[in-house]
Design a protein around this ligand. Structure first.
Ligand SMILES: Cc1cc2nc3c(=O)[nH]c(=O)nc-3n(C[C@H](O)[C@H](O)[C@H](O)COP(=O)(O)O)c2cc1C
Length: 353
């Protein structure tokens, strides 16, 4: 039987188990230059040594004007490569697969970074927002491709394109945000053109063995659209899909009544039935029992747990060895890591231990 600790062959890379540490921005760890700091390095060292099979470095910006915050890690310049190389090396030293999520915030770019956020089209939800010019779309496309080339130079096994949570690539793919009438909008092919050009460019520049993962905003705006996007991404050479939400609270998929997980995890299991490439699912999986159920019942290929591994960097090893886990307190209204990791009750517990 396949278990949480079964290996997986991903394009010739042996992934040692089915546990993913998904991208999670470390707020205020880096500065305006987007350089990797010792604190970033240490954060990934602990998680890699903690046993997850795939570690995806947090959302890392390919173009400075569309960062999600002034402290976001960067991959927009060759100057970032040595720092990124430290993270890729320490992840690989623990025999984990090293990916980095590359990202543009689009309409979600905060005023502190850019007072006029830009996406496929202006959107009333975002104050002062405007549509990107054609030239800017080409700059961003090329920046994603250059970012992937830098990731490869830094030693990462691949990249994850952030196409979820209402950020730029999600916005382009989704008819709710994308009202363009030029070649980057209109029909399905138009809405997917930016992602298509980026994926083809990365494949051409980084080669066949380089892993291209796509974090899919599955309700974009409906689950049916998510399925269509997933199948299309597979057809153009994406290697693995990481299913998350599309940042919209409309048309939410409804899991069957007896399904013990939320609609995001459920959507991941639905996508798995429509594609042949591996699928990661995520969101409030929380425990090893629940994670195991998803893998053992072949509902998905990988499970991602963010907050559990923020709370306990060695979550995977503790589960493997039958040891107690330092449990995430599920802070409300929001995880403390969004403000200051030091205030996380689980981090404080670890420090006292
Ligand atoms: C502090 C924090 C930062 C996050 N940063 C990112 C990010 O950089 N990119 C991303 O795609 N998702 C990000 N997420 C979302 C997580 O990857 C994950 O999807 C979410 O936390 C749900 O999984 P969980 O219930 O296992 O925590 C972040 C989550 C947290 C708590």
């Amino acid at each position: 039987m396949t278990t949480l600790f079964s290996t997986f062959d991903l394009k010739g890379h042996t992934v040692k188990n089915r546990i993913v540490f998904p991208p999670a921005v470390c707020f205020h760890y880096s500065g305006d230059d987007g350089m990797v700091t010792d604190r970033n390095y240490e954060h990934y060292r602990l998680r890699a040594e903690g046993g997850a099979g795939i570690i995806i470095q947090e959302a890392t910006s390919v173009w400075k004007p569309q960062r999600l915050a002034s402290f976001q890690l960067g991959i927009w310049s060759d100057d970032h490569i040595p720092g990124l190389c430290r993270i890729a090396s320490v992840i690989k030293k623990s025999d984990a697969l090293a990916l980095v999520q590359i990202h543009q915030a689009g309409l979600i770019t905060p005023p502190s970074v850019n007072p006029v956020p830009a996406g496929p089209s202006a959107n009333e939800k975002y104050k002062n927002s405007r549509a990107l010019l054609l030239d800017e779309i080409h700059i961003i496309r090329d920046a994603f491709i250059s970012g992937a080339v830098r990731a490869k130079k830094a030693g990462f096994d691949g990249i994850e394109l952030h196409g979820a949570h209402g950020y730029l690539l999600n916005e382009f793919a989704c008819s709710y945000y994308n009202k363009r009438e030029d070649q980057y909008g209109g029909d399905f092919a138009g809405r997917m053109r930016l992602a298509t050009e980026i994926i083809r460019g990365i494949r051409q520049e980084c080669g066949d063995q380089f892993i291209i993962d796509y974090r899919l905003g599955v309700n974009s705006p409906t689950l049916e659209d998510g399925i269509e996007i997933a199948k299309y991404l597979e057809s153009i050479g994406v290697d693995i899909l990481h299913v998350s939400h599309g940042g919209l609270l409309i048309h939410l998929p409804r899991p069957p009544k007896d399904f013990q997980f939320n609609w995001i995890v459920y959507s991941g299991t639905v996508i798995k039935t429509h594609v042949h490439i591996p699928v990661i699912t995520v969101n409030e999986i929380k425990t090893s029992e629940r994670a195991s159920w998803l893998i053992e019942n072949n509902k998905v290929d990988f499970v991602a747990l963010a907050r559990p591994q923020l709370a306990d960097p060695a979550w995977a090893n503790h589960v493997k060895n039958g040891e107690p886990v330092n449990i995430c307190s599920s802070c409300k209204p929001r995880c403390k890591w969004y403000i200051d990791a030091e205030t996380c009750p689980a981090v404080q517990r670890l420090k006292k231990a």
